[in-house]
Design a protein around this ligand. Structure first.
Ligand code: SF4
Ligand code: SF4
Length: 341
């Protein structure tokens, strides 16, 4: 049964220090001056050496997906005779501090990589099995969030849930693994995490069992032909975008020795749809936006029963062309209601 505790800031620092001896603790961290515009900061998931480094005031620009699905990962080495899998750099288990939308985002990745027609991706699984979620309670939205519309604002998939206050931390501990450290350092207390119940941004999901074929060529998508510049920022910042390509890297002049890497790719990027024989699909940016939209809120649901998009709003945060994905979903729903041309 879950148990709850209250800890002063000092007591929680003791918990953090104790856990740091056995786990790598990762959470959103601020990197001053490294943002994409001058004089802005970058906030991304990184190992924390102290709980004071945890960024709570702003949304992270990147999601925690690189913990399970790194942007560039060597899968195995080969030499013409045999291959050997690349070992992970360490065996450390990881405590990751993250919000409910990102827990749900990793659930969407789990379905893609581990529950997809019963095929398990071992490279994903070995990273995923090291993670323990410490959920950061999230009672207020950031800009562009629409997690409530996507039913991704709540989660009970955590080892511990934490409410950070001015004077300390309230915690609900769900995993026996972490019970003792909270029990020894804190005092028993009634606490259950709360969840944001309304976002400023709301989306209406299309209520169709089957997409009418006309919507594939609807003029709705034409807007993105000129606006989108195929930078792929929306893909790289998205917690659920999981497309990749594989690259064989040969060492020196060798034609037999090298390594195979898995590298992030994205449906908005040029080259994503290039095929043997020089064929290319979805040349227009609008077609790419259509593909992404259907994948996030239609195709994935048909396969897994939930939407892929969790409404974190990062794609809207980072798009240099101010393209809003939440607006796109609403436009699609409106077009379906009025009947696509
Ligand atoms: S599509 Fe946008 S809002 Fe949805 S999960 Fe990806 S980044 Fe977040
Ligand atoms: S971030 Fe915006 S401009 Fe860049 S690929 Fe995505 S939709 Fe297009």
């Amino acid at each position: 049964m879950n148990k709850s505790f209250k800890l002063s800031s000092e007591q929680f620092k003791t918990v953090f220090a104790g856990l740091s001896e056995h786990y790598c603790i990762v959470g959103p961290k601020r990197f001053a001056g490294l943002g994409r515009f001058s004089d802005t900061d970058l906030i991304r998931y990184a190992p924390l050496t102290s709980i004071d480094e945890l960024e709570l005031a702003e949304k992270s620009c990147f999601s925690p997906k690189d913990l399970v699905f790194p942007p560039d990962e060597t899968l195995f080495y080969f030499n013409g005779q045999q291959f050997s899998e690349a070992a992970l750099p360490d065996n450390l288990e990881i405590i990751v501090l993250l919000r409910p939308c990102d827990i749900n985002g990793i659930d969407r990745l789990d379905r893609m990589f581990m529950k997809n027609a019963d095929v398990i991706d071992p490279y994903y699984q070995r990273r995923r099995s090291r993670l323990h979620f410490f959920m950061i309670e999230c009672r207020e939205s950031f800009e562009n969030c629409f997690c409530v519309s996507m039913n991704a604002n709540r989660s009970d998939n955590y080892a511990a849930a934490l409410r950070f206050g001015k004077d300390g931390v309230e915690a609900e501990v769900a995993s026996d693994k972490f019970l003792e450290t909270f029990a020894v350092n804190g005092s028993v207390f009634e606490f259950k995490p709360e969840f944001v119940s309304e976002n400023q941004i709301k989306v209406e999901l299309p209520k169709v069992e089957t997409m009418p074929p006309e919507i594939f060529t609807d003029k709705l998508w034409e807007e993105y032909d000129s606006r989108c510049i195929s930078c792929g920022r929306c893909n790289t910042s998205c917690v659920t975008c999981s497309c990749f390509t594989t690259r064989d890297l040969f060492y020196g002049d060798s034609r037999t020795c090298g390594e195979r890497r898995r590298v992030w790719d994205g449906c908005h990027l040029d080259g994503f749809c290039d095929m043997a024989g020089g064929h290319t699909f979805r040349k227009n940016k609008g077609e790419r936006m259509r593909f992404k939209t259907f994948h996030k809120i239609y195709d994935y649901r048909k396969r897994f029963g939930v939407d892929m998009c969790v409404g974190c709003g990062r794609c809207d945060d980072v798009c240099p062309e101010y393209i809003s994905f939440s607006n796109c979903i609403n436009k699609l729903s409106a077009r379906l209601k009025e009947g696509a041309e």
